[in-house]
Design a protein around this ligand. Structure first.
Ligand SMILES: [Zn+2]
Length: 240
């Protein structure tokens, strides 16, 4: 006998369908109608510190070789179709090696991710993050930079007048220039210095330029932290 509840007698169907939502046994043919009955997921109840711990635990799973979370079962898909309730927002670099969902071993609907080359808090990123904390109840914003960042390296080369770039790419990298110049003055690994400086500058910009983020942080409802992804070790460490 099939586990599919849509084949059950009529008087058993409703109870069976509800049970199937919990167990993931609902017939795929009913996915559309079922989704209309399912409530959106509740906002996360995690505190900012608990959200940080959940991310770092996810990175530990990634480090230990855990496989990425499987595609959601029908019940989870139905819930996600009704709404989203991520527990953290990530402002990360577009670098193909720094995908937050993989680094934090997170599944569909768990992270609200904004990415561009250089993890820059531009207007689009700030607006997206204002939406995440204001409309979705996200308690944590992570500005995630990474080792050997091409955007930071290009900004260093621009600062040294060694690189001509297409206009839009050049304009996009301009916000990294102050960090690049500071890294050049400091010496050492200039790309790494620019990455770390850029993380700090973008954390400051999120709170300085956005009254809503600033108010949420001041009220203790949201934290904005920096993190650095060590490519070689595959480890994410907090920077601030
Ligand atoms: Zn990068």
């Amino acid at each position: 006998m099939s586990d599919c509840t849509c084949c059950a007698p009529r008087h058993l169907r409703r109870r069976g369908l509800l049970a199937s939502l919990a167990t993931g046994l609902a017939c795929t043919a009913l996915a559309g109608p079922l989704r209309a009955l399912v409530a959106a997921p509740p906002r996360t109840t995690l505190t900012p510190d608990q959200a940080i711990a959940a991310l770092l635990e996810g990175n530990r799973r990634f480090l230990s070789g855990a496989v990425p979370p499987a595609a959601p079962d029908p019940a989870r898909r139905a819930t996600l179709a009704a709404g989203q309730a991520p527990f953290a927002a990530i402002l990360g670099c577009a670098d193909s090696r720094a995908a937050p969902e993989l680094l934090f071993n997170a599944g569909l609907g768990e992270l609200f991710v904004v990415r561009n080359a250089g993890n820059i808090a531009d207007n689009g990123a700030i607006g997206s993050l204002e939406f995440a904390i204001g409309s979705l109840g996200v308690p944590l914003i992570v500005v995630l930079g990474h080792q050997r960042c091409g955007a930071a390296s290009a900004a260093v080369a621009m600062a040294q007048n060694e690189l001509a770039l297409p206009r839009h790419l050049r304009d996009m990298l301009l916000p990294i220039l102050p960090s690049a110049l500071a890294a050049i003055r400091a010496g050492g690994d200039t790309t790494d210095g620019a990455v770390r400086g850029n993380i700090a500058r973008n954390i400051a910009r999120l709170t300085d330029d956005s009254p809503s983020i600033q108010a949420a942080v001041a009220g203790g409802r949201v934290r904005v932290v920096g993190a650095y992804y060590e490519l070689a070790e595959e480890r994410v460490v907090l920077t601030a």
